[in-house]
Design a protein. Sequence first.
Length: 256
Amino acid sequence: MKQVMSTMASEALQGIFRSLRIYHQDAERGARMDALYSRFIGSGDLVFDIGSHVGDRISSFRRLGACVVGLEPQPLAFRALQIIHGRDEKVSLHQCACASKSGEAPVYLNEANPTVSTLSGEFIEASKGQEGWTGQTWNRSDTIRTTTLDDLIKKHGEPVFAKIDVEGFEAEVLAGLSIPLKALSFEFTTIQKNVAEICLRVLDKLGPYRFNISLGEDHEFTFADPLDADAMIAHILALPHEANSGDVYAWLAENR
């Protein structure tokens, strides 16, 4: 039993170190992130990072001079956040998740590849048998605290931008928001295009949003001019499976 536990701990540490290498050691990628986020974020602005993982987006937001509220439920990833950003007085870190209501929920951990740990059982089911997802294993679960975007706003103030990257749980996060934010992004995957459609419908009801998209880790917009919700839904539904994932960016038309 001790040997099994030791092997699991080693695998979990290797997974976090892999994330740190991928997300913190590519200066060119960091520059592309800064250029994209600078469209929405300036010095002194408040930003929410929902699903911070190992904090590469927090690093970008801080390079732009923003104050950041970061949420991450995974214990090892949160420990990495504390080491990297915990001494920064402009960063407020919380070991919890965002959901449609405050309380508790299970988080399903993929310790070998922690970037796809999730609160969504539907996300795990959708990945089964899909090309590119072979071998992914969510090997254990924890019960974690949840809060809502509305509650975060009450506590910290309204952000100028919120980044939401929670592996198929994005619609649940947006269900906990009752006011239109100036700008935000949410991740989508081609194994769950329906989640992206739900998110776009929710935002379209919240306010007069316009949308653009960035595939993979390009951190560049696909379209020269923004789309409305219907056009963005049609674009995502037509994407090939191989596109895999990306981020949809939304901003209120009156602010852009």
